[in-house]
Write a protein that binds this ligand. Structure first.
Ligand code: APR
Length: 307
């Protein structure tokens, strides 16, 4: 198993470190355009492996030769948000970056599965799919796991219970229009609608929606990376180990949920082949409308791209 992580910044380096710590690959290649940074971080990471007892070869590079025949590619390259910016403000800069990284990496790894993390997430995943020419099951975006992880954390904090017992369900694009579904969010199997008032749930939903900017406002110089990298690595693990986990991810829809020709967050089965199934659940009218609104916002932004 060979994994390439493109972008050796906060999200990329932390993703690489988690992959190495969990020994999900025999070889991990870290790529960045800044000279010395991927080499330095990769060497530092490799020097931790004797202590951590993780037998992974870690290589840093500014080129793509070393990435050849990767099984999985995680794209984190691009600029991150600063206070006052929305994810959509990143679109023109990150489009060019994701396009060039995708073209370079797929030339060397034509059979890989691509996981996109760069924002705005749903649109960048579309850019990667179109640029790669890959089938839709091999290009998937990371957002829903992060959004649900945030929602789960806030539920656990509110009820003073272990995060382990909290499950949550979020559909839609990675942005303010995401659609957390309270009736499918549970604590030890009990729907949160039985445990909290509607106003409390609404407050937590709103905080989850704004979870990214909350971190940006604290950090001021960049955006979140611990929870985003954990979420990306959960996807990597499900693919590497063919776990077939059902995870909320950005998938290209072709009629599922009545939505076509766009990426949006839905539950998918992730295994060795990538997206092995898009899970469709019955939504009520409000939920369907919220999902369609979210998908339309992604579509609108895609419409403005000149690929
Ligand atoms: N090829 C390779 N690496 C690139 C390229 C490129 N063409 N362009 C930029 N990079 C690298 C930068 O040099 C930098 O090291 O991408 C890295 C981005 O790292 P950070 O600035 O630390 O940003 P990070 O917090 O990692 O976020 C990266 O993920 O979550 C999203 O919104 C976030 O779009 C952002 C991305």
């Amino acid at each position: 198993m060979k994994i390439t992580v493109i972008g050796a910044g906060n999200v990329g380096a932390t993703t690489a470190q988690r992959i190495v710590d969990k020994q999900l690959a025999n070889e991990l290649v870290l790529v960045d355009i800044v000279e010395g940074v991927p080499q330095g971080k990769a060497l530092d990471m490799y020097e931790a492996t004797p202590v951590e007892k993780t037998d992974v070869k870690v290589i840093g590079t500014n080129g793509y030769d070393e990435t050849a025949n990767s099984d999985i590619v995680v794209i984190t390259a691009g600029i991150a948000r600063k206070p006052g910016m929305s994810r959509d403000d990143l679109v023109s800069t990150n489009k060019e970056i994701v396009k060039s990284c995708t073209a370079s990496v797929v030339a060397k790894s034509p059979r890989s599965i691509i996981i996109v993390v760069s924002n705005p997430l749903d649109v960048m995943t579309y850019v990667a799919m179109k640029t790669s020419g890959f089938e839709r099951h091999r290009v998937v975006g990371m957002a829903g796991i992060l959004d649900t992880a945030r929602f789960r954390s806030f539920i656990a904090m509110e009820l003073n219970v272990s995060v382990e017992d909290v499950q949550a369900f979020v559909l839609g694009g990675h942005g303010d229009s995401m659609v957390p579904l309270a009736r499918y969010s549970t604590v030890a199997g009990i729907p949160i609608t039985e445990l909290m008032s509607k106003s409390t749930i609404d407050r937590l939903v709103d905080r989850a929606r704004k979870g990214g900017i909350e971190i940006v406002n604290f950090l001021k110089t960049g955006s979140a990376y611990y929870a985003p990298s954990s979420s990306a690595v959960q996807m990597v693990e499900s693919i590497v180990k063919d776990k077939k986990r059902i995870l909320p991810c950005a998938a290209y829809l072709q009629g599922e949920y009545g939505i076509k020709d766009t990426y949006v967050g839905v539950p998918v089965k992730l295994g060795r082949k990538g997206i092995e199934e898009i899970i469709q659940i019955k939504l009520n009218a409000d939920e369907q409308a919220a999902l369609e609104k979210s998908a339309n916002e992604v579509k609108e932004l895609i419409g403005k791209l000149k690929l």
